[in-house]
Design a protein around this ligand. Sequence first.
Ligand SMILES: C[S@@+](CC[C@H](N)C(=O)[O-])C[C@H]1O[C@@H](n2cnc3c(N)ncnc32)[C@H](O)[C@@H]1O
Length: 259
Amino acid sequence: MKIAVTTTRESDEILNNKAKVISKDLNIPYIKRENYSIRKTIIEDDFDYLLVVEKDRIVIKNEDSTLFWHPSMAEFKIKSIKQGDNVAIMEATQLEEGDSILDCTLGLAGDALIFSAIVGKSGSVVGTEVNKYIAYLCKCGLENYTDINGESITNIKVINESYEKYLSKQSDNSFDVVYFDPMFKEPNKKSTSINSFRDFARHRGLTREIILEALRVCKKRVVIKERRGFNDLDNLGIGKYYGGKKNGSIIYGVIEKKI
Ligand SMILES: C[S@@+](CC[C@H](N)C(=O)[O-])C[C@H]1O[C@@H](n2cnc3c(N)ncnc32)[C@H](O)[C@@H]1O
């Protein structure tokens, strides 16, 4: 994928310097933004995407899509959990304050934010994300975010690495829970942000070997997010799950660790 970093047209020294830092961090070219549209810059230089440094956020853009970090539905779900509602992701993970969780498929940390709110400051969330652009958007987004109580997020660690590699380096029983949310084969919504996210994300499915590895690394359970009726949980031999009853709705498969 051909991608460069630039700024908005109304840039100043601070934005230009930020873009140059990102250029080094991600090892992509920096383009000084002239008075051209994103479309013209992309077409002239034959880029697939431009990472644009705006005043308060960074956005990955192409001619017809934009991708940026946002807390997604997490804030809504956190409020619901705090009010005592039964939320399937909590029923499945059974996370408690002080617990540790490895979120193998961090993405833009929508689920990790929920875990972070539950395990609290005495707990920890480690997230692995294999794509360097998604991991970068996520890390910068989390660094600049304050939660619904106005507090910074200090218990999520973003690691730009594949879960295969990260899991292989962990000792037995090192996290209470190991969690996977692989890309769905078919997107359930057509939106420009989901389409550009899909362009960057890795789509490979889970294997039995990886689940065995996750079971070795967890203390309590492995949880896998899926869509009902799409069969991966059945194929992986997972029979226990929480969540929606309708075909296509989100479910969470659980494998308890037997000691
Ligand atoms: C469906 S998204 C996860 C969304 C996330 N749970 C959230 O709430 O924002 C799946 C993510 O896992 C990443 N991924 C896929 N395979 C991976 C691997 N082997 N190691 C690490 N990350 C991986 C993809 O790049 C993608 O960003």
